[in-house]
Structure formats: C-alpha cells, structure tokens
Design a protein around this ligand. Structure first.
Ligand code: DGL
Length: 276
C-alpha cells in the first residue's frame, strides 16, 4: 500500500536544508515539510533541556501535518531530544548523529576522528558515544565551533570571514593527527568551499551526515512499508518558519533555486494546561 503522507524535517535555521536537499535527491517521490525554528535560533548555546522542550513542541506541530516520519536535521536537537522524543512520540524519528558517526568510524584509516559541532552537541558527548559504539578503539577530538553557525546563517558561507574562521580550526585538527573530520552541525556543509581552501593540499576526509541520514531514512521507510509508491515526483517541499525569514529565504533560494515553496509563518503553541 502506498503512503503519501509527508516526512517532517526540522532544524533551528537553514542548516537542515542540507539534509532536506539530500532527502529530495534520494527519495524524489516523498513529500517533505521543513520547519526552521528561527524564533529560537541558535540552539547550540542553549541548555540541552531547553532544546529538548523546544524539539518536542516542533514535533507536536509537525504531527499536525499528518507526517509519517520525523527527521531531526539538527545535531544539537538530536543530542538533546532524540531518545526522549522516541519515548514520547508514536512515530519513527531519525536523528543525524548516529549516521555521521558510523560513516566516520568506517572512513578513518588511522583511528583519529575530529568532530566540530555546537557547544550543546559537544557537551552532550553523543558523538563520542556514537563513534566509540561503532569502534571503541577510535580516538575522538571534539571541538565547538559556534561562530561557524552564525557565519552560515548570516549568508557569509564562502566569504573571507568563513575562510578566516576555518583556517585555525583545521590547522589544529590536522596537527592533532585526525584523518577524518565530522561536520557535526548541519549548518557546516554549506561551508564546504571554505573548508576545501582551509584543508588545502593536506589529507582530511570530511563526513557530513546529510547523505548518510537520507540513506537511513530510505531504509527506515522501506522496512516499515511507508513508501509513497504513487507515480511521479513529489511536489516541492513545504516550508514553515517560526520567525522572520529574510536570510533564510536567500540561502534557501541558493540551495534549492525555485524548487521550494515560500515559507509560511507558524506559531508553536505549548499544549494548553488542563483545568481541574
Ligand atoms: N544546525 C544545528 C546543528 O546541527 C544547530 C545550529 C544552531 O542552532 O546552533 O546543531
């Protein structure tokens, strides 16, 4: 039986669009709804408990769109909320940390993996757990790089500002001896051109979880018989935002050209307290 319900995807801003783009490529027949929680951007510096509560609200909102699966296209929200959300919601939920961690463990040749992420993701320890779950012999260097998120969200990816922020970071990572770098924040793949310049001629495998997460979603959908088997490609993804979408629209337009609907503003409502 065919299931035409959409897949819900969310992040604090534009970062999750890297995952959305890959979902679109790998699952062209599936409808997608993307929510950018711009009102609470950035998630990275907030306490994990606050990000978890917010993620619950976002998932509750997406559930109103009759989604069949949720992709937490944000490492910070995955670190803060994935396990708790799976206990709370009766819907399949996929995060971005395990797919990237497994890909990094498979890619490293010298057993030294660096992960750059937000402060929240670093503090959660989730990448260390996930990489060592795949192979406990791997050494992991975690570094927080919150400035990179602001650079991307401000539309400055690929500019000298991005190059300057990345150069010292990449130098430290290579000096530590990593042969593999995980982009542990979904905003970071948008920095690839600057990253290539910072790595220059040195060797560093770069893993971003967009591709690995999309293949995970593909497998989960198949295993649970949730595919939309109707003929033809799905309509353009629907986009919801919780705050002013100015910058978001620019970056989204660059990534998706015209293949994305104009964002619709939504308000996330905490559930009403039940009067006794
Ligand atoms: N894109 C998000 C992540 O993967 C977070 C950026 C932020 O809101 O700080 O962690």
């Amino acid at each position: 039986m065919s299931d035409s319900r959409p897949i819900g995807v969310f992040d604090s801003g534009v970062g999750g669009l890297t995952v959305l783009q890959e979902l679109r490529r790998q699952l062209p027949g599936e409808s997608l709804v993307y929510l950018a929680d711009l009102e609470r951007f950035p998630y990275g510096p907030r306490p994990l408990a606050e990000v978890r509560e917010r993620a619950f609200l976002v998932i509750e909102h997406l559930a109103e769109h009759d989604i069949k699966l949720v992709v937490i296209a944000c490492n910070t929200a995955t670190a803060a909320a994935l396990n708790a959300a799976r206990e709370r919601f009766d819907i399949p939920i996929v995060g971005v940390i395990a797919p990237g961690a497994q890909a990094a463990a498979a890619a490293t040749r010298n057993g030294r993996v660096a992960v750059i992420s937000t402060q929240g993701t670093l503090d959660s320890g989730e990448y260390v757990h996930a990489i060592k779950e795949a192979n406990p012999g791997i050494a992991v260097l975690g570094l927080a790089a919150p400035a990179l998120v602001d650079i991307v969200e401000a539309g400055d990816a690929g500019t000298p500002r991005a190059d300057e922020a990345l150069r010292p970071l990449v130098d430290d990572i290579i000096e530590w001896g990593a042969d593999t770098l995980v982009l542990g924040c979904t905003h970071y793949p948008l920095l690839r051109p600057s990253l290539r310049r910072a790595v220059a001629r040195r060797r560093l495998r770069v893993i971003d979880s967009a591709e690995t997460t999309a293949s995970r979603v593909r497998r989960v959908i198949a295993a649970n018989r949730l595919q939309n088997t109707a003929a033809g490609p799905a309509p353009a993804p629907r986009v919801l935002v919780t705050g002013p979408p100015a910058r978001f629209v620019d970056t989204a337009a660059r990534l998706f050209r015209s293949d994305l609907e104009s964002p619709v503003a939504v308000r996330l409502q905490p559930p009403l307290a039940v009067a006794r």
